[in-house]
Design a protein around this ligand. Structure first.
Ligand SMILES: C[S@@+](CC[C@H](N)C(=O)[O-])C[C@H]1O[C@@H](n2cnc3c(N)ncnc32)[C@H](O)[C@@H]1O
Length: 186
């Protein structure tokens, strides 16, 4: 994880992977934040799709944490330069369990993923079509949401049926990690 943090700060001077003002506390602000997901899930075999991975949050953090599991991580990131960073990090960290798809989420063939994650990608109503496209029928999504998560859930319920459990974030007051499953269109 230290090696990942140092790669991220090195590349951040050239491409904006995280807000430059947060680079001084990468560990607490970003890495510990993403590691919270590990308290709630022990993934089995199958694909874990991280959508809009950017600098690898939470995808790379989880691929490092779960590198001894049978889970195959796919990072979907349309920005070419960020995808180059992700591929470089995968190679330098020696992660055999991760690969990058450099395309728009909506253009990627359905991944049938057992697990999906996203952080700072879009409000929940816009994420729901992505979950519907890429999550397996019995899959689960782990979405890192900010303080407006409750109204996002209400807005998404206008068009979608889903099961949702909210775990309060331990790193950002008012934020939550949402576990979403059983998604179908109303
Ligand atoms: C605000 S950043 C968040 C990055 C990372 N998840 C994080 O928490 O730091 C959103 C990322 O999603 C990517 N992105 C946005 N829309 C996308 C789409 N439709 N398909 C693929 N990637 C997308 C952007 O290029 C960007 O890297």
């Amino acid at each position: 994880m230290d090696e990942y943090a140092s790669l991220l700060s090195h590349w951040n001077s050239r491409i904006n992977l995280v807000a430059p003002g947060t680079i001084g506390n990468l560990r607490s602000r970003h890495i510990e934040d993403c590691l919270q997901i590990c308290q709630h899930v022990r993934p089995a075999d199958g694909i874990w799709a991280d959508l809009g991975s950017g600098g690898g949050l939470p995808g790379l953090v989880l691929a490092i944490a779960f590198q001894r599991s049978e889970t195959e991580f796919r990072f979907v990131e349309s920005d070419q330069r960020k995808a180059v960073f992700l591929r470089t990090a995968i190679r330098q960290l020696g992660l055999a369990n991760a690969s990058v798809i450099t395309r728009r989420i909506e253009d990627v063939a359905p991944l049938n993923a057992a697990y999906v994650s996203a952080r700072a990608l879009a409000p929940l109503p816009l994420l729901m079509p992505y979950l519907s496209r890429h999550m397996a029928d019995n899959g689960q999504a782990w979405l890192m949401k900010g303080e407006r998560w409750q109204s996002e859930v209400r807005d998404a319920q206008a068009d979608w049926r889903f099961t949702c459990t909210a775990y309060p974030s331990l790193t950002h007051s008012g934020a939550a990690i949402l576990k979403i499953s059983e998604v179908s269109h109303v």
